[in-house]
Design a protein around this ligand. Sequence first.
Ligand code: UD1
Ligand code: CA
Length: 454
Amino acid sequence: MRAAIILAAGQGTRMKSALPKVLHPILNRPMVEWVVDAARAAGASPIIVVVGYGAGQVREHFADQADVHFAVQEQQLGTGDAVRAGLEVLPESIDSVFVLCGDVPLIPIDELDALANEQNGHALSVLSFRAAPPHGYGRMLRQGEQLLGIVEAKDASAKQLEVDECNSGTYCFDAQFLRQHIRGLTTDNAQGEFYLTDLVAAAQGDARGVLAADSARLAGANDRVDLSGLTKRAQALVNEALMRQGVTFEDPGNTWVDAGVEVGQDTFLATGVRLAGATRVGANCQLAQGVVVHDSIIDDGAQVHAYSVLESARVASGCSVGPFARLRPGAELGKGARVGNYVEVKNASFGEGAKANHLAYIGDAQVGAGSNIGAGTITCNYDGANKHRTDIGDGSFVGSNSTLVAPVTIEDNAYVGAGSVVTRTVPEGALGVGRAKQRNIEGWVARAAPKKDK
Ligand code: UD1
Ligand code: CA
């Protein structure tokens, strides 16, 4: 059985933030969650997150992930001390352990597999990468192929600082070796910390180094400049994977898709599209420039025109949305429905082929199949205390600039005259008109219209 200990107790002072470093997000997912996901994908169980600074916030984040356990490191005395805390909750049955840094989020799963294979039969294996410049990283000290130790940058000699092979902070340990030697660490170094890296020398030649292929994925985030570099890298990874699955990106460097978002084949994503959270976009969709989608489902063949914003919405196949449409939580568009320019929809369903093409607010409502909502229609869903529903049947027509005062029903195949204020049911097949009747005053202009001063 192989477990994982993820080090996440540090404050990360260089972030200059009230938020613990490992909760800083990359593509809307905290760094430490990327690491937890990688450990899980590499088959680690249990996953132990060592928390300290902001422990409550980190725990809360994983509240619904049952395989994530916690160890508390009261004082941040170094990475060696953090692992010691993790070992206190490690089950006896575990025989090897990944140790991962909560601030190295893009760790590739295949490198974890390689690390585990390399450790087999040895005290530990360490994942390294080449960095130019290697600045603050620990340096791998080798004699030929043999790994002798790791020296932290702050403890390194000028000659050691020339080494460009860096410690990624990712390891696989024989659990027995780890339990035995963790107590032997000292704070006899430049930072006065317990360095986990000293265990490489303690292994006396039985430590294995694995040099990673893609160095950019092993960078740690110590400040917000690092964080933005990793965010760009994550963006490229996610977008490249989707392109290989048949999604077209007009400008992948300016399109932001969260990890885990699904996009179907032959869908086109224009510049500036953002797909976030639990979003799923079908095949053959067109998402135009600046479309922002959170936690929504868009079915095959839908068109979302420029600068539309969708949140917790559902768009069926063949719909047309926008430009400048706003679908708020609970908006559900049936097949082929159209919601156009400057239309806001909240907690409302549109039946198959229903339309609201211009300037409307449809909230807490149901619009039947094939119905047409004229420009400027407003559902008055709020009376100052409670929300009420508007029900519009199938095949109905609501004239422009109508005010539908909820609760109110417009039955099937009914009409509402333009400019009406509707407060009562409009029965099936009827025309509801609720406005002042027009009257014309003959000759009024010549007789009484204001004249310009000479
Ligand atoms: C560490 C390594 C360094 C490596 C680098 C890779 C050591 C001594 N150094 O340095 O060789 O190149 O990672 O990114 O291990 N943490 C705790 N408790 C502590 C201290 C740290 O949980 O007491 C956690 C931090 O929250 C962080 C991780 O361990 O997530 C790494 O700590 P950090 O202080 O960033 O170590 P580095 O100086 O980057
Ligand atoms: Ca670090």
